[in-house]
Design a protein around this ligand. Structure first.
Ligand SMILES: *[C@@H]1O[C@H](CO)[C@@H](O)[C@H](O)[C@H]1NC(C)=O
Ligand SMILES: *[C@@H]1O[C@H](CO)[C@@H](O)[C@H](O)[C@H]1NC(C)=O
Ligand SMILES: *[C@@H]1O[C@H](CO)[C@@H](O)[C@H](O)[C@H]1NC(C)=O
Length: 425
């Protein structure tokens, strides 16, 4: 299950740049499928169809306009390589011109964030203006960055003035002392004022029973960033289905279906639309309902024995998703081999121990005392201890002690006596 989730995240990460690069105009109303999954659940269980997107989180930030910025930079190759910030501007703030020589000479229209015209106006062009200019637009809230490059050359001859496309960027050859506007125009609404964001974010779930065409799918619920929820049919009112309380705060639009029944099987799709940022994502789940779990299996260590093998992740764009079942089986195999090896080792150990003990016992019967004395003389106290204790423990089995406690006490006494006596001999 965990591997599965990691894969899903990887897919999301891989696919999201693609989502961002397309404009709201070109994406279909259905959106890009970022996840498709088959899920099988036993009758009576609870289904949670995951639908998360951090980009849908509605930040209640009243200053969100300031999260956009435009800046113009220039790259020069002579007299030396250098990059210089010319100016920058955010909505609602004055533009900042960095070099005092450029103040009053270089600017962008004050209406830039209203009409989307971010062109750089340079009056009284000087030779040091030569370089590659970049117009950079950053939208921190939507995480969109766009830039445009323009080469500016300065000429002293009016004849040589021209502008053309060199295959990579626009080239402007401008007469010394004249004025020029380096174009940077982006009329997409997200760079401009006056967009009602609350109405522009919506999450909705559709349900398509088996045999029903996609365009005939039932709408289950609409959820707006404003907090408004429109649900269709009695399912939400009856608590059969539910979504997180603060979905837009958490970016969690997962659908929970209680007490799954065979009639619940079909295709569920989660659609996330952020019209303002141009985000359109779709996640599809094919829900299959299997037989109920036998009650005894609740004691099993694995909680979803039925669900797991039949849950597979597919990705329509990147077919490199690895089936999660294989690594698990390998792990079990290794585990079983380990158990087997340990059992064999234990058996070998027991056999060796029995042989050694039997031999020692025979030896003890013949010359226990001599062996003990000999060991003591050579300074082997450890060996002596061992032999003596063994001799003590091997008391005849037919002794008539009332209980083990008495027997043990007596044995220890006897041993110590014996042992002490021998030491003092
Ligand atoms: C953008 O503004 C510049 C400077 O005011 C002007 O020259 C240019 O025509 C404008 N471009 C468009 C497409 O409106
Ligand atoms: C413009 O300036 C660059 C850098 O000095 C130079 O490589 C390029 O040839 C010039 N282009 C024209 C048309 O003069
Ligand atoms: C999901 O189920 C459908 C219909 O049973 C099947 O066509 C599709 O191949 C399955 N997808 C995966 C990844 O198992």
């Amino acid at each position: 299950m965990r591997l599965d989730m990691i894969h899903l995240q990887t897919i999301a990460v891989l696919l999201l740049p693609g989502v961002w690069s397309q404009s709201s105009r070109s994406s279909s109303s259905l959106g890009v499928v970022v996840e498709a999954k088959n899920i099988t659940l036993p009758v009576g269980s609870e289904a949670v169809l995951p639908c998360h997107s951090p980009r849908m989180v509605w930040t209640q930030d009243r200053l969100r306009d300031r999260k956009r910025v435009v800046h113009w930079d220039v790259f020069r190759s002579s007299p030396e390589y250098s990059v210089e910030r010319i100016l920058d501007m955010s909505p609602g703030a004055r533009q900042r011109v960095y070099n005092s020589f450029n103040k009053g000479r270089i600017s962008i229209p004050d209406s830039a964030f209203i009409d989307g015209n971010f062109s750089l106006i340079i009056n009284n062009v000087v030779t040091t203006d030569k370089g590659v200019y970049t117009c950079n637009l950053h939208h921190h809230y939507c995480k969109i960055d766009q830039s445009v490059q323009i080469q500016l050359n300065v000429t002293k001859s009016a004849r040589k003035e021209k502008r053309y496309w060199d295959g990579e960027k626009t080239v402007f050859i401008v007469l010394l002392g004249s004025s020029v506007a380096l174009p940077c125009v982006n009329r997409r609404p997200l760079w401009r004022e006056g967009v009602q964001e609350e109405q522009q974010q919506v999450a909705h779930w559709d349900f398509q029973p088996p045999g029903v065409r996609p365009d005939r799918a039932d709408r289950l619920v609409d959820l707006y960033a404003s907090g408004e929820r429109r649900d269709y049919g009695p399912l939400f009112a009856q608590s059969k289905m539910s979504m997180a309380e603060h979905a837009f705060t958490l970016g969690d639009f997962s659908l929970t279906i209680a007490d799954v029944k065979p009639v619940d099987r079909g295709l569920y799709s989660c659609h996330l639309h952020h019209h303002y940022c141009g985000l359109h994502e779709r996640r599809i789940f094919r829900l299959t309902v299997g037989p109920p779990l036998p009650p005894a299996s609740t004691t099993a260590p694995r909680i979803f024995p039925i669900d797991e093998p039949e849950t597979r992740t597919i990705n329509l764009d990147a077919p490199h998703v690895v089936n999660v079942i294989l690594p698990e089986h390998q792990a079990y195999l290794v585990q079983h081999l380990g158990y087997l090896l340990a059992a064999v080792l234990l058996l070998v150990f027991i056999v060796v121990a029995v042989i050694v003990l039997t031999r020692r016992r025979k030896k003890k019967d013949y010359d226990l005392r001599r062996s003990a004395r000999g060991n003591l003389m050579s300074g082997g106290e450890m060996s002596l201890d061992y032999t003596e204790l063994k001799a003590c423990n091997q008391e005849p089995m037919n002794s008539d002690y009332k209980n083990n406690l008495l027997k043990e006490r007596d044995m220890t006494k006897g041993c110590n006596k014996d042992f002490d006596g021998r030491l003092w001999k």
